[in-house]
Design a protein around this ligand. Structure first.
Ligand SMILES: [Zn+2]
Length: 487
């Protein structure tokens, strides 16, 4: 909470982040008067209120030290949604953290907390944090230790945002709680450890992958929330334009061949492939997927999770799956020579294969397969199409880009896909077979009408759906395979 204050010095505070909002209007006040801080307009704090004529609310806000306040009407639904999804859950941690002592004196009885107990402060802090992360649809939670100001950050819409941090004395205990829940060695603080924990929620248990790495300031923990979606979105919902949709659906209706989606981790390519599989006739065709991990459940697809610890990697799983009389096979990722070879062989042998690779653009797919030792002639023969995609944040529907607490003062909330598609016609196939240079491939693809990621993104901006800065941020990540955040 203090960090938010430092970032927003008096005099100039155009943005209201979620943490600033909690500071400006504590959750208790928000609940009592049914008000929510929305944004700053100059030196005025704009607060949404179900009853904008409520003088008691105005008075309570003035007493919090806000000189200039404007109450703006807010619907019941919006108030409820905001309280449930952002303000309430993060408010719960803020209220809990505010009740904790800032430091513990030696000999303080609370030093004797049993961190294994579900009632210990560490356990409560972790549970509240995970609940908030899930309700915000965060993909990762970072616990960053520090003796003076530890930090907790969520990755939301692909970007890290600050959330409520524990006081320094509690930070190590939270890491300890994570380790004990994940079954990791508690005393081991010098080596990296990986594990998994299961977090119970009213909607069922959520599986969480845990990574602990020692740093100069203590152990850092990064938790990947493996939330499993039970509904596969449609290609349209993913933002795929009609022209691209027609071509991918037609390719997926084919009997054999290879469809490849490219992009960095977290660009949504696996979700797109699942959406595409929904268009395939599952009654007449046997659809099998191999995934690591399974993040979207589909009743039409038999889904095989990769289990490295038992030696079941993509290549060996694909060998087993090929004995199951499949028609359509989704291979979650092709990242080694053996899998690349098997994928090409299977696409040649009467199967339709869908997979993803790390490549910065659609044409980069061919280079990526070649790097993995694939035979270019075979590649040119089986590839139907290659698609590259990115997820671009949209202008926040709550504030129309003005920057409010719901979008953490960024003006952006939610994401949509942008796509670049290459179909392999005769000319391009010939160039791939010859191992033509990227420039040549590109010129031929452009001549055949390929629309680039940049062009697709620029159209979003023209329509007023996103900003130039956001496009620059996302497309600058090109080629880099970092930026985690779930596919
Ligand atoms: Zn907003």
């Amino acid at each position: 909470m203090q960090r938010a204050a430092e970032k927003a010095p008096h005099g100039r505070r155009p943005e209201l982040t979620l943490l600033d909002g909690l500071r400006a209007v504590p959750p208790g006040v928000a609940r009592r008067y049914q008000v929510i801080p929305l944004r700053y307009e100059g030196d005025r704090l704009v607060v949404g209120a179900i009853d904008p004529d409520n003088l008691a609310a105005l008075d309570a806000l003035h007493r919090l030290g806000h000189a200039r306040i404007e109450l703006e009407p807010l619907s019941q639904e919006r108030y409820r949604e905001v309280m449930q999804r952002w303000y309430g859950p993060v408010g719960d941690i803020a209220e809990f953290a505010a009740r904790l002592p800032p430091r513990l004196d030696p000999g303080e009885p609370s030093l004797g907390f049993d961190d294994r107990s579900d009632e210990s402060p560490a356990a409560r802090f972790l549970a509240l944090t995970l609940t908030a992360a899930l309700s915000e649809n965060a993909t990762d939670v970072h616990f960053e230790p520090d003796r003076i100001s530890p930090r907790v950050r969520f990755r939301v819409d692909g970007v890290l945002v600050d959330r409520v941090a524990p006081p320094p004395w509690l930070a190590d205990r939270v890491i300890g709680r994570i380790k004990s829940m994940a079954g990791l060695a508690l005393g081991e603080c010098l080596f990296a450890q990986d594990g998994q924990l299961s977090f119970p929620t009213p909607a069922g248990s959520v599986s969480i992958r845990v990574s602990i790495v020692p740093s100069d300031r203590g152990e850092c923990a990064v938790l990947r929330l493996l939330t499993v979606e039970n509904e596969v979105p449609t290609l349209e919902q993913l933002g795929m334009p009609a022209a691209v949709r027609l071509q991918v659906v037609e390719a997926a209706a084919g009997q054999e061949g290879l469809i490849v989606f490219a992009g960095p981790t977290g660009s949504g390519k696996t979700t797109s492939l699942h959406a595409l599989l929904e268009t395939v006739d599952a009654d007449r065709r046997n659809i099998v997927s191999i995934e690591e991990p399974v993040e979207i459940h589909s009743r039409r697809v038999r889904q095989v999770p990769v289990r490295r610890e038992t030696g079941l990697d993509f290549a060996s799983a694909l060998r087993f799956v090929l004995r199951q009389d499949p028609d359509v096979i989704l291979v979650g990722e092709t990242r080694d020579t053996e899998t690349a070879e098997l994928v090409l062989q299977a696409s040649l042998a009467g199967h339709l294969v869908l997979t993803t690779v790390h490549a910065s653009n659609a044409l980069g797919v061919f280079d990526r397969f070649a790097q993995l030792g694939a035979d270019r002639r075979l590649l040119a023969q089986v590839t139907r199409l290659a698609v590259s995609q990115r997820l671009i944040r949209l202008i926040c529907p709550h504030c129309a880009g003005k920057a409010c607490f719901a979008c953490d003062g960024t003006g952006l909330k939610g994401r949509t896909g942008v796509f670049e598609l290459v179909t392999l016609g005769n000319e391009l196939a010939e160039l791939v077979r010859q191992g033509a240079r990227p420039g040549e491939l590109r010129a031929a693809a452009r001549a055949a009408g390929m629309r680039t990621l940049q062009e697709a993104a620029a159209e979003l901006e023209r329509k007023g759906a996103t900003t130039a800065a956001e496009i620059e941020r996302v497309l600058d990540l090109q080629g880099r395979s970092g930026s985690p955040g779930g596919d």
